[in-house]
Design a protein around this ligand. Structure first.
Ligand SMILES: C[S@@+](CC[C@H](N)C(=O)[O-])C[C@H]1O[C@@H](n2cnc3c(N)ncnc32)[C@H](O)[C@@H]1O
Length: 271
């Protein structure tokens, strides 16, 4: 009887275990916790509630990291509207102001390269685009073949070079907020002196505290039938984190009143 129950339990565990290839794109810290919990449940050991909550979050992140691959074509063909494009490229133009032709611009979470990276290249600058979705990068290769495209997680990537300007538009909010200040630090570090950054913040109901790393920090939402993970601080906390990294805020505005708090930011590295 015991053997029978154990076999049934193991079978169930194997069924719920994500196939290894799904875990390949997940950062090491998440892989490790996932494996630990799997081993605990496979050995029929009780899994503490907080560990279970963490696993839910990891599953959300795993889903999210594959989600853009699943919707790549739909995302690409879904035109977000001329008003959106004009407004967004207006912010891009602000960070390109005064740069010499050929200057290098980082696009962190570049997606398909449309419309941002494409616009930057058309204005005569070079682009380094970073994204964790292989499928979106494949499309980006056709949209903006001139760009250098890197498949990487923005939390883990390290840059050996400096950029004249940087973009992180609608991408940082897909990363757990405990990593946001490190990402802002990385962006500041990778910018040349006085270089500008364009990014978006807001859209989170997170409590007004930069120190709270509780597991309730994120939420998921559906797009084209797939689950996406979002995480962020309240805008005034995000602003403090950016200022703490030496960014001087030049533009801070709700760019689309229907977006419920989506804020466009243009900031300048002050040193
Ligand atoms: C809403 S899309 C925005 C794409 C592009 N910035 C734009 O405005 O069209 C979010 C992008 O962030 C990328 N992304 C999410 N988390 C990431 C991470 N940890 N590292 C790198 N890219 C990430 C996604 O793959 C996706 O391309």
């Amino acid at each position: 009887m015991f053997i029978f129950e154990l076999c049934a339990h193991l079978k169930l565990c194997i069924l719920i275990y994500a196939p290894p290839n799904k875990l390949l794109d997940v950062r090491r810290e998440q892989q490790l916790s996932y494996h630990v919990v799997f081993l605990l449940s496979a050995c029929a050991l009780p899994v503490p509630a907080h560990v279970n909550a963490a696993v839910g979050r990891i599953r959300g992140l795993i889903m999210m990291q594959n989600s853009y691959d699943h919707i790549a074509e739909q995302w690409h063909s879904n035109f977000r509207g001329q008003a959106y494009v004009d407004r967004t490229l207006g912010y891009v133009d602000k960070i390109l102001e005064g740069l010499p032709s050929g200057a290098k611009v980082l696009d962190l979470g570049c997606g398909t390269g449309n419309p941002i990276a494409k616009h930057i290249v058309e204005r005569g600058f070079r682009v380094v685009g970073v994204d964790q979705s292989k499928k979106l990068l494949e499309i980006a290769k056709t949209v903006v073949p001139e760009a250098e495209l890197i498949h990487a997680d923005m939390v883990e990537i390290q840059f050996a070079e400096k950029f004249a300007a940087a973009v992180a538009w609608d991408s940082v909010f897909h990363v757990e907020r405990k990593h946001h200040s490190a990402i802002f630090h990385k962006l500041a570090d990778s910018l040349e002196s006085s270089g500008r950054l364009m990014l978006s913040v807001g859209g989170s109901d997170a409590e007004d505290s930069a120190s709270d790393d509780s597991v309730t920090e994120g939420f998921t939402s559906e797009m084209f039938g797939h689950t996406f993970y979002y995480s962020g601080y309240a805008p005034k906390v995000a602003r403090k984190l950016l200022e703490a990294e030496g960014f001087e805020i030049e533009v801070w505005e709700v760019d689309d009143p229907s977006s419920r708090g989506h804020i466009a930011v243009v900031a300048r590295k002050s040193v």
